[in-house]
Design a protein around this ligand. Structure first.
Ligand code: KMH
Ligand code: ZN
Length: 270
């Protein structure tokens, strides 16, 4: 039987602004409404960043709590908190929302250039975030931005630093990270252990082709405006749910069933 497809939606991100993308959901209520629409469209995981009252990225536990309540009051889904935050967020702040014990949280697997900035994920940082994730019994999604980060997973596993059970997400196309090409995705997937669950998130115009490729390869996908604000060249997407709905249609054409929430939890071992 074909493995059902888990669709994750990255609703907000930390870098995007209303100047660049006017419909960007910012308040906890707007985030709750956007989540409900995407879950109705077929998403089962909500990858969550939140914003403060001025629309700036924040890792405030209170704002994560409010946004989570707004989401879960409207729909059932797996909440996946970002521990990446925005470039430059101090380590303690990055971990703050983990106290709320979401089902999943991200764990970026290495330092990299992130456009003109540096996204810091030293061994010390990874170890510290991983220990908080473990302490709260949260399932990590390892964010792999480059091939070397995937190789380091083995080292962190051998050192018992990261939990043995995780999901892997390849984030391709960040300037400074691995390019979002079909070949790169095959290279990364080929290095995975058998039965490892994985997904792909690709930036901008690469989101559509690489997520489609992942569907054909048996992987899972992440879409959403954190990674891509366009529906097609020159046309902004109207919403996160429009991006999800397109992938549901493509999965249907490719005869890959979309996972229900129970199926998603089963596949991920949550
Ligand atoms: N905003 C990026 C610097 C994550 O969510 O864990 C980090 C990021 C990864 O978005
Ligand atoms: Zn993120």
């Amino acid at each position: 039987m074909t493995r059902p497809l888990i669709i994750s939606c990255a609703l907000v991100g930390a870098e995007l602004t209303r100047e660049i993308y006017p419909p960007l959901p910012l308040t906890p209520t707007e985030i709750g409404i956007a989540a409900e629409e995407t879950v109705k469209a077929g998403a089962t995981i909500i990858h969550l960043h939140v914003r403060d009252k001025d629309g700036n990225p924040t890792q405030s536990l209170e704002v994560f709590r409010e946004a989570s309540e707004q989401i879960l009051n409207r729909c059932d889904c797996i909440l996946q908190y970002s521990t990446g935050g925005a470039v430059g967020t101090p380590l303690a702040k990055r971990c703050e929302p983990l106290e709320l014990k979401p089902e999943m949280a991200t764990l970026s697997m290495g330092t990299m250039n992130f456009g003109a900035e540096i996204y810091e994920n030293s061994e010390e940082t990874i170890t510290s975030i991983a220990s908080r994730i473990r302490e709260h019994g949260i399932m990590p999604e390892l964010e792999i931005f480059d091939y070397g980060m995937l190789e380091s997973v083995d080292r962190f596993l051998a050192g018992n630093i990261i939990p043995k059970h995780f999901h892997i997400d390849f984030v391709l196309g960040i300037p400074g990270g691995m390019a979002a090409t079909a070949r790169n995705m095959v290279l990364l997937v080929d290095r995975l252990k058998e039965n490892q669950s994985w997904s792909v998130a690709a930036l901008g115009r690469y989101q559509l082709p690489l997520t489609t490729q992942a569907i054909t390869m048996g992987g899972h996908i992440r879409v959403g405006i954190e990674d891509n604000i366009y529906y097609r060249r020159g046309e902004l997407t109207t919403s996160n749910s429009q991006l999800v709905a397109r992938m549901v249609r493509i999965a249907g054409e490719l005869e890959r069933p979309v996972a229900t929430l129970d199926e998603a939890r089963g596949i991920l071992g949550l």
